[in-house]
Write a protein that binds this ligand. Structure first.
Ligand code: FAD
Length: 518
């Protein structure tokens, strides 16, 4: 009897294994039979590169990579997976430029869509409309949009600091830079979207038409649909930029000036800032394509080991308006309380200004320092808590070195649309504080991954313990409980939207918010 039972169990288990194998192996072949204009890759090289991102810490291999030629390739693939129902384990992740930090654009055993292959619609600039706009593919890089729109003397109004990112990738988060105080993040500068939902439906949407989907997708972490086309608002582009940096040793003077500047209509076109902690080495300076021309006095300024705060501003102008621009800049600067000998100023072309981080990328790549782990931490901090935060974090936690730039600048909440999915603090002004750290591979010291991660943890624990009302930007959590806490009162809406637009939780599994029901 025992022998019979054992034999039966082995047979039973073998059957299950065979069924499972058949099921798994039939998935690629059923995908292969899809009539696509583009193609699917199953080779090791493609799978490996779809399992990499800028963070360089998480690597989940997909089962296939889709290189779509058209929107219908994307719709057909998702529809196919949707129709197989919950019994298939397949998920789908759009991959923009793969500059996520913790595997957000990866799909373990699923299908990764290489959005940069999607070349439709061809970029089309509409000059005559008010405001002018450009229609672009969701896989388009912002740097390409800049070059194309400049041919018409136009450019988008709101940027990220780095332009080698895709439209779909930044709109899934928010897209924040020094223009956000004035125009809001990139998600506030989009008029229309074309989306393929988690059921494979192709839907056009805007604030007025299918508004719920439109707002869900913006800042939606890829959870509700694939952005295949976006209509982006443009403005007349300048040709030149006055780029200015001034230093403060007093944090209150620094934030008072930043907040005054972002609260006025008559101000700079770009306002950011960063913290200078014991700064040495190329990694710490990787964003500094800034090359001050004068005064010489400022470049000899010594920090004497103090933590300093740098206010960074830019004024756009056209060559023929240089005198007026200079005068305006003088007026704005005269109202600030920076250390008088620390005025660094330069003039660059508009393109060089916007593409400034790429210069550092080229430098770092040549030294093998770009493709290393990036344990970044990005926080949104209410204005009322920024002093408390700075005192503890810059005074106690990050004292020796920062292993990379630490950005800090305020934005106006009124420029953010609270119907979108992005989660922000409750106050009218909040700060973006970005710890853009690089970890030296196999170092066990303060520039190593483990040390930096433990520092990030200390920062997060302090924020939580002190109930600062901080929200993570480019959020990363591993449990649904943490996600619930992140969304707070918006969780129910997020859940409801998910149940409508991606009921099987097929999309963007790398965010680890939902698990596909099997
Ligand atoms: P990916 O990493 O490929 O994707 C990000 C997420 O969006 C994934 O979940 C993915 O599935 C989803 N997704 C991608 N494309 C689509 C699509 N078409 N439709 C739906 N979902 C999609 N952010 C700022 O706000 N401001 C900055 O100044 C800034 N600077 C940065 C500088 C550098 C050097 C780097 C590496 C990142 C920076 N970021 C900044 C963060 C950046 O905006 C995000 O990491 C963004 O997601 C990267 O875009 P990507 O095209 O590489 O997206």
């Amino acid at each position: 009897n025992i022998l019979f039972l054992r034999g039966f169990t082995i047979l039973f288990l073998s059957c299950i294994a065979i069924r499972l194998n058949l099921c798994l192996s039939s998935i690629p072949s059923s995908l292969k039979s899809l009539p696509l204009g583009g193609h699917l890759s199953f080779d090791e090289l493609s799978l490996r590169s779809a399992a990499k991102d800028f963070g360089n810490r998480y690597q989940y291999h997909p089962m296939a990579v889709l290189h779509p030629e058209s929107v219908s390739d994307i719709a057909a693939t998702i529809k196919h997976i949707w129709l197989r129902g919950p019994s298939s384990h397949l998920t789908v992740a759009a991959r923009g430029h793969g500059h996520s930090l913790q595997g957000q654009a990866q799909a373990h055993g699923g299908v990764v869509i290489n959005m940069e292959s999607l070349k439709v619609p061809e970029m089309q600039v509409h000059v005559g409309s008010s405001p002018p706009y450009v229609d672009v593919s969701g896989g388009e890089l912002w740097i390409n949009i800049l070059h194309e729109t400049l041919r018409y003397g136009l450019a988008p109004r709101s940027w990220t600091d780095y332009l080698h990112l895709t439209v779909g990738g930044t709109l899934s988060n928010a897209g924040v830079s020094g223009q956000a105080f004035k125009y809001g993040p990139q998600i506030s500068n989009v008029q229309q979207l074309e989306i393929v939902t988690g059921t494979g439906e192709l839907v056009n949407c805007s604030k007025e038409h299918n508004g719920e989907l439109f707002h869900s997708v913006l800042g939606g972490l890829g959870q509700f649909g694939i952005i295949t086309r976006a209509r982006i608002i443009l403005e007349p582009a300048p040709t030149m930029v006055k780029w200015i940096r001034v230093l403060y040793s007093d944090f209150t003077a620094f934030t008072t000036d930043q907040e005054r500047l972002i609260s006025s209509e008559q101000t700079f076109d770009y306002i950011e800032g960063f913290v200078i902690i014991n700064r040495t080495g190329l990694l710490n300076n990787w964003r500094s394509s800034f090359n001050p021309q004068y005064p010489v006095q400022a470049s000899h300024f010594k920090s004497d080991g103090r933590t300093l705060f740098c206010l960074e501003m830019a004024k756009y102008f056209n060559v023929e308006e240089i005198d007026a621009a200079n005068q305006e800049v003088e007026e704005h600067l005269s109202r600030l309380s920076y250390i008088p000998s620390t005025l660094f100023s330069t003039e660059v072309t508009y393109v060089d200004f916007l593409d400034r981080v790429h210069v550092s990328e080229v430098k770092l790549r040549s030294k093998g320092l770009w493709d290393i782990p990036h344990p970044w931490l990005n926080l949104l901090i209410p204005k009322s808590q920024i002093h408390n935060f700075a005192e503890v974090v810059f005074g106690n936690i990050l004292t020796e070195t920062s292993n990379g730039p630490v950005l800090i600048y305020p934005v106006n909440k009124s420029k953010w649309d609270n119907r979108t999915s992005v989660v922000i603090p409750e106050e009218d002004i909040f700060y973006l504080v970005a710890f853009l750290t690089s970890a030296v591979p196999s170092s066990n010291g303060t520039d190593g991954l483990e040390y930096i991660l433990s520092q990030n943890k200390r920062i997060l624990e302090f924020c939580q313990r002190s109930q600062l009302g901080v929200k993570q930007y480019l959020p990363h959590y591993t449990t649904q409980q943490e996600w619930r806490a992140h969304f707070g009162p918006h969780w129910e809406t997020f859940l409801q939207r998910k149940s409508v637009y991606d009921p099987l939780a097929i999309l963007a599994p790398g965010q680890r918010i939902f698990q596909k029901a099997i």
